[in-house]
Write a protein that binds this ligand. Structure first.
Ligand code: ADP
Ligand code: FBP
Length: 307
């Protein structure tokens, strides 16, 4: 079973406007809402590809009910822990450019964290745990480290998509897979990375730590996948970006789905990048047939040796 954990879910509120005028009254031309948060998005994309997962984390209030109800209607199994306070609302403004304001999590008490750890004590060999998104400020920033170690001790695989201190700490535990974007990879090593080939030495360092797969996304400029054997580059397909929210989560879901379907490494990488781009090119999430079409536009090449 795949378990996704979203410590900080959200109701994503998308607002489309012609142009954002800061300091003035703006009226939207179109708006809509969707459940959000990185683990939740991974579960939703997996479901579209026919893969079940169980979505865990903390939800509260009317916004939390909305998030849970929508994803349960999509057929996703959930076991969210109910907290006091409302799940946050994240605002995504799409004018001439995209701007985002991500909200603050409700308080997460220690007893809720203990409940989550108890839920994860069922993990076993053959299971995968996805730890994705920001960590609420009331939770210690070594939480991913703790949950990752627990899952690895139980012989489950661990997939991470986060940033900042929680990411810095969890990589020391040697998770199975991480997906930083190029800013997040740069942040890990206090460097600025402008193009994919500059990421190679840092990907190598992460592989040397013992992480099995390091996938670095560079938005429309391609992606890198490092393993013990090789470091690969994939170009990204060309298209019109309609909404990039959830594109990174789609890459994680694509890689997990490919792994479940036992694709070889190159095809898994192509499938993951094509899933990210198919989401970026649509208003919602990727559809499998679009992913399969976009895969044909992706070429994989080797840009560095592993260890
Ligand atoms: N301009 C683009 N053209 C094609 N694909 C894109 C574009 N921007 C994002 N994507 C897709 O979304 C993925 C994740 O984007 P990125 O911005 O690197 O990550 P994140 O969303 O985590 O910040 C990319 O690997 C790619 O598949
Ligand atoms: O937990 P964070 O880092 O605030 O991110 C949450 C936001 O990221 C998303 O999961 C989208 O992430 P990506 O665009 O990186 O795929 C939104 O649904 C959500 O609003």
């Amino acid at each position: 079973m795949i378990y996704t954990v979203t410590l900080n879910p959200a109701l994503d509120y998308f607002v489309e406007i012609d142009e954002l005028n800061v300091g003035a009254l703006n009226r939207s031309t179109y708006d809509y809402k969707a459940p959000g948060g990185k683990g939740i998005n991974v579960s939703r994309v997996l479901k579209r590809f026919g893969h079940n997962s169980k979505s865990l984390g903390f939800t509260g209030g009317f916004t939390g009910d909305y998030v849970r109800d929508v994803i349960e209607k999509e057929g996703i199994e959930t076991d969210f822990i109910q907290v006091n306070g409302d799940t946050r609302i994240n605002i995504k403004v799409k004018g001439k450019i995209e701007s985002e304001i991500n909200g603050v999590s409700p308080d997460i008490k220690n007893e809720y964290l203990e409940q989550l750890q108890k839920q994860l004590s069922v993990l076993n060999e053959g299971d995968a745990l996805v730890l994705a998104g920001s960590v609420p400020s009331t939770i210690p920033d070594d939480i991913y480290e703790t949950l990752c170690q627990g899952a690895l001790d139980r012989k489950a695989e661990v997939f991470i998509d986060s940033s900042g201190e929680p990411m810095k700490k969890v990589i020391e535990k040697r998770p199975t897979f991480i997906k930083p974007n190029h800013h997040e990879l740069g942040e890990l090593f206090s460097v600025e990375l402008k193009e994919p080939k500059e990421a190679v030495p840092y990907v190598r360092k992460l592989i040397e730590k013992g992480i099995t797969y390091v996938l670095v996304s560079f938005a429309g400029d391609g992606a890198i996948l490092g393993t013990n054997e090789q470091i690969l580059y994939a170009n990204t397909p060309k298209g019109i970006v309609r909404n990039s929210v959830g594109a990174g989560d789609s890459v994680v879901a694509g890689f997990l789905a490919a792994k479940k379907e036992k694709m070889n490494l190159e095809d898994s990488f192509k499938f993951a990048v094509a899933t990210g781009s198919a989401t970026a090119f649509s208003k919602g999430f990727a559809q499998r047939e679009d992913v399969e079409t976009l895969m044909k536009e992706i070429t994989i090449s080797e840009i560095g040796k592993g260890e």
